[in-house]
Design a protein around this ligand. Structure first.
Ligand SMILES: Cc1ncc(COP(=O)(O)O)c(C=O)c1O
Length: 456
């Protein structure tokens, strides 16, 4: 069949190495620093992450071998299919061809397990017995819970209280996989107890949950912390998506004009996009597009600064576009896109002109998501809906210009655990949130006095 709807790879055709964009950057990225502006050394990160992952975080080799035990776990659901959204194309009456990489086929329902299995493996070989992490709506927590079970490690997830109460199903998934899921703030940590004394009724936040998970890791025996996005090694692990997509495109003789991913901390976007960014650096004519919510506009509006990854400033300072670590995001339903910062590698690629960034309001994303569900069947996660809305914009442009265009997007996860957002949209209760300049200026006060990255 010359023009199939789904393109598969065999397990033998799976990539055996991850791709590291750092090797091809025209200019190197600034390093993470401490509050005095001194570059962070590996030993400073050792209490939080195992040394093999710290080394990977700092590695600039172009290719990194994927260990066989990681490949074996990835094979439970990978290679993921590359699909063509023909019904959506017909509904939009566009000459564009829309392809999507379906990462919703993983056991936890998103791209997050790609890095979860790798991180758990590296912790296991380093002799670590327990992992801690935070989770917002629960995608990352459930992915890590699953991966820990596959490798026989214990997992403790600090889940933002409001999600813990309002979205019990992700918590139940974590429990099925044997993880302990704790509402944050909790009485388990000093950070949690302090917050609870000051604000007993707080709904919690990702920043508080990160502080709790890191404190738990550094104060417990044989325990380390695991992060689901932002860091270089996490983005590296996700490049299996783009490397598979390149092979799949080659099989059917297409090459994308534009590659699209939604961006929360940057990992699913980078996972699909960075192998194509490499092609772009080497002369290919391909546009690469990161899409964020207009309620949380890091790449499109926030300054490029050094900022901490969490509210309590337990992490080193990272060079990134940031709304300030005290930023309180508006309550949009795409919980995974509400982070104050963005992966340094993604921010650097933007500064180098290798990628472009777009912000899209919530209602347009839900409109695209519902149209997708009603044409292609699968119900997308609210985060994924941002990539879909951008693809719809591109398809409409192709129609206006009367040009055929190949669009490739990352379908980062399904929305079967996120139906309350759809309920709100369908009942007309959902609204857009546009971050005002005043709100942004207020939250940016938290970075005053911190060192500045070169050229910022
Ligand atoms: C389905 C899905 N897509 C995208 C994201 C955004 O994260 P990242 O930018 O790290 O891919 C999340 C985060 O939770 C998610 O669950």
């Amino acid at each position: 069949m010359s023009d199939p709807i789904k393109v598969f790879l065999t397990e033998d055709e799976m990539p055996r190495q991850w791709y590291n964009l750092q090797a091809d950057l025209p200019h190197p990225m600034p390093p993470p620093v401490d509050r005095e502006g001194k570059p962070v050394t590996p030993d400073m990160l050792a209490p939080v992450f195992p040394m093999n992952l710290v080394e990977q975080e700092m590695c600039t080799d172009r290719w990194v071998d994927i260990p066989e035990p990681v490949l074996e776990k990835l094979r439970l659901w990978r290679p993921s299919p590359l699909c063509r959204a023909r019904n959506l194309e017909a509904a939009l009456d566009t000459p564009a061809k829309i392809y999507y990489k379906n990462e919703g086929v993983s056991p936890a329902g998103s791209h997050k397990p790609n890095t979860a299995v790798a991180q758990v493996y590296y912790n296991k070989v380093a002799g670590i017995k327990h992992l801690t992490t935070e989770t917002g709506a629960g995608q990352w927590g459930s992915a890590l819970a699953m991966a820990c079970r596959l490798f026989g490690l214990d997992c403790r997830v600090y889940m933002v209280r409001i999600s813990f109460d309002q979205k019990p199903f992700r918590k139940m998934m974590m429990q099925v996989w044997g993880a302990e899921c704790i509402a944050s703030p909790s009485t388990r940590t000093q950070a949690g107890r302090t917050i609870l004394e000051q604000m007993p009724d707080t709904p919690g936040s990702l920043g508080i949950a990160i502080s709790e998970a890191i404190e738990d890791a550094v104060t417990s025996k044989d325990t380390r912390y695991s992060l689901g996005s932002v860091l270089n090694h996490v983005l590296l692990h996700q490049t299996v998506i783009g490397l598979e997509a390149q092979k799949q495109c080659e099989k059917i003789g297409v090459y994308p004009d534009v590659v699209i991913g939604c961006a929360g901390g940057g990992s699913n976007f980078a996972g699909l996009a960075f192998p194509f960014v490499c092609d772009r650096i080497h002369g290919k004519d391909v546009r690469v597009m990161a899409v964020e919510p207009s309620a949380c506009p890091r790449l499109t509006r926030a300054p490029y600064v050094y900022d901490s990854g969490d509210v309590a400033m337990m992490t080193p300072l990272l060079p990134m576009n940031s709304l300030g670590h005290t930023f309180v995001p508006p309550p949009i339903h795409a919980g995974g896109l509400r982070y104050h910062g963005m992966a340094p590698l993604v921010c650097h690629a933007l500064r180098e002109g290798l990628i472009e960034a777009h912000a899209i309001p919530q209602l347009e994303c839900y409109e695209a998501a519902v149209q997708w569900a009603r044409t292609e069947g699968f119900i997308p996660a609210p985060e994924t809906a941002h990539a879909l809305a951008a693809a719809v914009r591109e398809a409409r442009r192709a129609q206006d210009e009367g040009k055929e265009r190949v669009i490739l997007l990352n379908w980062s996860g399904h929305g079967l655990m996120d139906l309350t957002g759809y309920e709100a949209y369908l009942s007309g209760a959902l609204t857009n949130y546009e971050l005002t300049d005043e709100e942004m200026a207020r939250s940016l006060k938290s970075i005053e006095g911190l060192p500045k990255p070169p050229g910022a």
